[in-house]
Design a protein around this ligand. Structure first.
Ligand code: PGA
Length: 239
């Protein structure tokens, strides 16, 4: 694992430069993308760099980590909406090449189809991850099997509480989500994990130095050969 600790703005810029180099080397890269507050600065940088002609996404394909069950793509809190709003609508990506799980298709065959689509595109070259204060990655909460593939999860009260900041009330936060599994994530070629703020510090310490244990899902990343962790000074304060 490579760990980079710097200011919030500097890690966004450094990660964005990493993406530019990566896509320059592989213009048809398959990117795994994440939602949440953490990647917003990175996405803003990528929009800027794309508009400046430093990078093109015209041959890039993307697969998002997760989606709430029961929110339509045009619901302002759906992750499809987030991706359109924060990235896709502002870069030159082909909309047909952007995949987000469908929060209304929860049958086993639909979940398996997401992993199959990733495989048919040759697998994910570079996966972006945030992390929860409890060490979750995507909605893979503590206790999730390291062998899981794309699956439906029941959100924990803590995660619903944390995400209620985007909704009018906690009652509006969906109870379930579809989420790439731990095995799906571990099968990616390269991983960038980003974390900002002191409420992530313990999870980052456990990810880097803790036991490899489903109690901290992100700890499994110690077994992945190509992980770069970008944290601000607060999230890195316990390292
Ligand atoms: P955040 O979410 O980027 O909004 O902090 C990350 C996560 O919970 O995985």
């Amino acid at each position: 694992m490579k760990v980079i600790v710097d200011s919030r703005q500097n890690i966004a810029e450094a990660a964005a430069q990493g993406y530019v180099s990566f896509i320059q080397n592989k213009p048809n890269a398959v990117l795994g993308l994440a939602t949440g507050s953490t990647p917003e600065d990175l996405y803003a940088e990528l929009i800027k760099l794309c508009n400046q002609g430093e990078v093109t996404f015209k041959d890039v394909t993307t697969f998002n980590l997760d989606e709430y069950c029961g929110l339509a793509p045009d619901h302002p809190q759906s992750y499809r909406y987030f991706m359109q709003d924060k990235l896709f609508d502002h870069i030159d990506i082909n909309p047909r090449n952007t995949f987000v799980p469908d929060g209304f298709r929860t049958a086993e065959e639909d979940l398996v189809a997401y992993d199959r689509a990733i495989a048919e595109h040759g697998g994910i070259d570079l996966q972006l991850l945030g992390i929860g204060g409890n060490g979750h990655i995507a909605f893979n909460e503590p206790g999730t099997s390291f062998q899981s593939i794309t699956h439906m999860v029941e959100l924990t009260p803590e995660t619903r509480q944390a995400n209620s900041r985007f909704f009018n009330s906690i009652d509006e936060v969906p109870t379930h989500a579809i989420c790439m599994g731990m095995r799906t994530i571990m099968n990616t070629q390269n991983i960038i994990l980003m974390a900002i703020g002191k409420n992530k510090a313990e999870a980052i310490r456990n990810t880097v130095y803790g036991d490899i244990d489903p109690k901290c899902p992100a700890s499994v990343l110690q077994l992945h050969p190509n992980v770069t962790i970008f944290v601000d000074h607060e999230a890195g304060s316990l390292l």
